[in-house]
Ligand binder design. Structure first.
Ligand code: ZN
Length: 138
């Protein structure tokens, strides 16, 4: 299980992308490669959440921290779902996500109202990470 500290470089990046600190600290990440898609956020009745995520997206560096790489864009997406869980509660979160998938006849439901904002935030984070990478090279 991995947590991202708000004071780490990855945590600071995610806060700069609008992730509330209470959302960041409510999330734990568990490497799992069996789920469909790269990640799945499981919201619990406590309103904490476990992000099941393919192991390549939560590789830690030698200091045990998540480095600031393009992989944080996916984590930004999932943290939006953690935030939804806090706003809607356990039943509201699962009901809305299940309904989106039924209505869109799609497991990913990318264009649904529960997923579209998450993909937008992911794209914004991706652009910011690309810009950081370019400034590192320069
Ligand atoms: Zn999503």
């Amino acid at each position: 299980m991995v947590r991202i500290s708000p004071t780490s470089a990855a945590g600071q990046f995610l806060l700069s992308q609008g992730v509330p600190e209470s959302v960041l600290t409510a999330a734990t990440f568990r490497a799992l490669n069996q789920q469909m898609g790269a990640a799945l956020t499981v919201v619990w009745p406590t309103r904490n959440a476990t992000v099941l995520i393919k192991s390549k997206y939560i590789e830690t560096d030698e200091s045990g921290e998540i480095p600031v790489t393009y992989k944080l864009a996916l984590i930004r997406h999932e943290l939006y779902h953690v935030e939804q869980g806090q706003q809607w509660g356990f039943i509201g979160y699962w009901a809305r996500h299940l309904w989106a998938r039924i209505r869109h006849l799609s497991v990913m439901a990318k264009s649904s109202s529960v997923e579209a904002p998450a993909y937008e935030l992911q794209a914004t984070a991706r652009d910011a990470l690309d810009a950081l990478e370019r400034s590192d090279v320069a």
